[in-house]
Design a protein. Sequence first.
Length: 253
Amino acid sequence: MRFSGKTALLTGVASGLGRAVAQALANEGARLVLVDRAKDQLENLVLLLRGEGADVVELVGDVSREETSRQAVALARSRFSSLDILINNAGINPTGTISQTDPAMWQQALDINLKSAYLFCREAIPHMVEAGKGVIVNTASIAGQRASTAEAVYGVSKAGLIMLTRTIARDYGAKGIRANAICPGVLESVMADRLTRMSAEQVAARDQRFAPTVPLGRLGTYEEIAKATLFLASEDASYVNGAQLTVDGGLTA
Ligand SMILES: NC(=O)c1ccc[n+]([C@@H]2O[C@H](COP(=O)([O-])OP(=O)(O)OC[C@H]3O[C@@H](n4cnc5c(N)ncnc54)[C@H](O)[C@@H]3O)[C@@H](O)[C@H]2O)c1
């Protein structure tokens, strides 16, 4: 039980990767503060985890709002008296070239994918500094490491998230805080917001197009990315700081 007695705050947990990470952390004994804007899905997860014996509290909110970051960190402190791990995972996946990206979409993507992580780190770091320890894991993407076709603002937001992570690693390492980014490749499941713009045929075509280009010959699963996220969040990664852990089956090798 690597996370017994640890408090972890996670964003974007109502579906996909965040849900898998929350389940894996709960299985390893962590106390959880879970944040998402999808109320029903969030509450279902909380009921499931509590049923399995986990100590969990939830907050429904938009992660791009400063108020949500304040409330979430305050909740961790009031309910569990500590905040050991922050996992900034919430995100959206807008598509399009720069010409196809209107200013409202540009702003929304940066607010949700990048500004939210800044806000949550800004709230959490003073408590971690006071405690003399803390771990931050930001869910970036290989789209932030090299350009992807027609994912302009998504890639920019994830590149920014990687640099935010590295900046924190440099500025706060001496205070006992480690910050790392995880960069998943193409996963079996398309992100929820993008799925609303795709037919089942388009999803199948995407899978058929990408899988053969991955050296391991298949797309990744949420559980595989969750395992790598838990590594970064754990003491097993005690000397890993400012890293970008690419988990893509070799796609960008
Ligand atoms: N699925 C992939 O192929 C893939 C690949 C690389 C990186 N990622 C990254 O992994 C992370 C999780 O993606 P996923 O595949 O699980 O997608 P997902 O759409 O299933 O999950 C995203 C979660 O974030 C929440 N969310 C979105 N905007 C929010 C907001 N403003 N406030 C609060 N909650 C909000 C959603 O409700 C959802 O629960 C994202 O940061 C994504 O960029 C995913």
